[in-house]
Design a protein around this ligand. Structure first.
Ligand SMILES: [Zn+2]
Length: 285
């Protein structure tokens, strides 16, 4: 599943080629409704969480969600495609290029006003925005009522806040010393606030970059760009303990972690260990 910043990067990459351009061809696989948009101008491309919206002049929009395996390609006019057209979930052509979305998990075209409400309740505040509504995010976490068993699963829940994928989930848990097994009840509102604020900073800091970086330049060891993600068996950048990988929660996504640094909420941590501490805000309830 792509991170929220991936979709914002896609939007930024496509904007100069599509915004203001006239469509000469538009089609896609599995569309219930096939509008005649040839000759119509692309008005705006925007990311909303993990959804990419292409708004056409008039009232129609195309919404895509890449899911686990989807991807966007752009080809110059006449350039050979790297995938077969049969896998194109959406295909837009202008005078100068072909822009193709392959293997989207969701693709929908229709009147904007009819598409948008279907997302109500599905996408929380977008962490890529400058000032997301953190109070709403924390209220959303509290309203979950035990729906998830770990903090990591809550972070991935796009209904609470849009943008965190598995890479940033792992990195956030590391930075906040949280075990991948840490239950959501471990954190009070202030800690959730801090976690999501940090998530927003991390996502926004990565927007202009080609490759994701979460390790601060001063703390960088060798070529490592990420604290734990994808670093199984390699030494933790902070304490040298080999990074481990586990699968927790219903989503079955891998969690990379350092058992020594991420002790908060670790069920195997000794209650008498100096690492164990209460990590609950005073008014967490
Ligand atoms: Zn460590």
């Amino acid at each position: 599943m792509p991170e929220g910043d991936t979709i914002h990067k896609v939007a930024l990459a496509l904007q100069p080629h599509l915004e203001g351009a006239q469509l000469t061809f538009l089609t896609g696989r599995g569309w219930g409704f096939r509008p005649q948009l040839e000759g119509v101008r692309v008005e705006r491309i925007r990311a909303e969480g993990k959804h990419l919206w292409i708004d056409f002049a008039g009232c129609l929009s195309l919404r895509t969600h890449l899911g686990m395996g989807g991807t966007w390609h752009r080809y110059g006019f006449g350039e050979r495609w790297r995938r077969h057209a049969a896998y194109a979930s959406a295909w837009l052509r202008t005078d100068t290029c072909d822009v193709v979305c392959f293997d989207a998990a969701e693709v929908e075209i229709g009147p904007r006003l009819h598409l948008a409400p279907s997302l109500a309740g599905r996408v929380g505040p977008d962490l890529m925005h400058e000032a997301p509504d953190f109070d709403r995010i924390v209220a959303g976490v509290r309203a979950l009522q035990g729906e998830h068993t770990t903090v990591g699963e809550v972070l991935l829940d796009q209904r609470i806040a849009a943008g965190i994928g598995n890479v940033f989930k792992c990195e956030l848990l590391f930075k906040h010393a949280l075990s991948p097994y840490a239950p959501p009840s471990l954190l009070g509102p202030k800690r959730w606030h801090a976690l999501y604020r940090d998530a927003g900073s991390m996502l926004r800091a990565n927007l202009p970059r080609g490759r994701r970086v979460t390790v601060a330049p001063g703390a960088r060891h060798g070529l490592a760009r990420l604290w734990v993600y994808g670093r199984e068996h390699r030494p933790c950048l902070r304490c040298q303990t080999p990074v481990a990988r586990t699968y927790v929660g219903a989503q079955n996504r891998p969690s990379y972690f350092c058992r020594r640094c991420q002790y908060r909420g670790d069920p195997q941590a000794s209650p008498f260990s100096s690492h164990t501490e209460t990590y609950r805000d005073v008014q967490s309830g």
